[in-house]
Design a protein around this ligand. Structure first.
Ligand code: ACO
Length: 337
């Protein structure tokens, strides 16, 4: 058995910045409400003509991660691509990234686990490395949310939260058993699937029926995200902590050993709540939701890249990544840097 280390990190966000003030032009909301409830001050959204898609942003982040790992695209053996906003209904964005990288016929797996997508993707990649199947795996999280949001007042509870962007890591094989991913866990609770969901179109509501509904009923169509915000919040704060503690226990470590917590950026209040429960200092929790909003599968790799770029993560540090989101799904990864 081998271990897997994060050898390179990259991120990309579109140039266009959308402030809370700009959102007040489209819906009945306020900068004060958004900052107070979520901590968000601005987010990046794609704009027409900038060429950004889920796969192409993933490519930009991946390119940077590969370069920083000191590798070339030809060194990558496999791709795991997490997104809830793929370029097409099918095929997945992973194969588009494979083509953009211009590499031979390596496998590309898409992961559909929403805000926990990157944790799921990383755990899957870790197993492929640990068992010796692959040496270098590209793990990508990328989202274009802005094209699928209801920007009227009806959609405000969801639309103000989400941002676009991408993050990527190269996960590589090491013989050093004390370094890299020490533990990881994945969970789900499908009975709450519809508490945070985009229902249409899908096999239960095929495209032709959605079109009929749009043309006849003109009512609220479920192709916009629905979120039972309060309920999600209450479950998130419990599950984040459970996943972190499970990873620490599995590695025979305790919360006092932690140097850095990189939460999925769902809501600043959620991160602050967990920080308090875990007894962590401000400099031990990486928050950047203020600048990017919630970028779902991209939020952890963007935050991790930023934390690493700023020097907040050093060799030997114990870093925990954790996420909770639609499904419900949640999980954590514990890494010795
Ligand atoms: N601007 C102004 N007012 C608003 C807005 C807005 N953008 N959105 C909602 N409101 C109003 C509501 O209409 C409501 O008004 P009322 O009291 O007159 O009915 C009031 O504000 C309170 O609404 P709540 O929904 O109860 O607000 P809450 O404090 O719960 O905050 C939020 C909402 C920010 C969504 C919060 O519940 C949250 O962050 N939940 C968790 C999100 C999360 O973790 N998601 C998981 C990851 S996402 C994924 O997996 C895709």
């Amino acid at each position: 058995m081998y271990n897997s280390i994060i050898k390179g990190l990259g991120k990309y966000v579109p140039e266009r910045i959308v402030t809370n003030h700009e959102l007040t032009e489209y819906m009945d909301t306020s900068d004060e409400w958004i900052r107070e409830r979520t901590g968000i001050e601005q987010r990046h959204w794609v704009q027409e003509g900038d060429g950004n898609t889920t796969a192409s942003m993933g490519y930009k982040a991946a390119k940077q991660a590969i370069e920083r790992a000191g590798l070339t695209p030809e060194d990558i053996d496999f791709i795991v691509f997490a997104t809830l906003s793929p370029d097409y209904f099918f095929p997945g964005s992973g194969v588009l990234l494979q083509d953009m990288l211009g590499v031979p016929d390596i496998g590309a797996l898409d992961v559909r686990n929403q805000c926990s997508g990157f944790i799921y993707a990383l755990n899957v990649a870790d197993k492929f490395i640990k068992t010796g199947t692959y040496k270098n795996i590209l793990v990508v999280g990328s989202e274009v949310h802005s094209e699928g949001l209801d920007l009227s007042t009806r959609g405000r509870a969801v639309s103000v939260i989400f941002g676009d962007g991408a993050g990527a890591v190269v996960l590589s094989r090491t013989d050093d058993r004390n370094k890299g991913i020490l533990a990881g866990n994945l969970h789900s609770q499908g009975k709450y699937a519809l508490e945070l969901a985009v229902k249409d179109p899908g096999s239960r509501m095929p495209v032709k029926k959605v079109v009929e509904r749009v043309n006849t009923e003109k009512d609220y169509i479920d192709y916009y995200p629905y979120m039972n915000g309060n309920f999600v919040f209450k479950n998130a704060v419990v599950r984040f902590e459970e996943a972190i503690m499970e990873a620490l226990n599995d590695a025979g470590l305790s919360k006092e050993d932690l140097d850095m917590f990189i939460p999925h950026q769902a809501n600043l209040r959620i991160s602050q709540f967990i920080q308090k429960r875990m007894g962590l200092r401000d400099d031990q929790v990486w928050n950047n939701i203020q600048k990017y909003g919630n970028t779902t599968a991209a939020s952890i790799p963007i935050a991790l890249t930023e934390a690493w770029e700023s020097g907040a993560i050093k060799e030997g540090d114990l870093v925990v990544l954790a996420a909770f989101g639609s499904g419900f799904t949640w999980g954590a990864s514990l890494i010795r840097w």
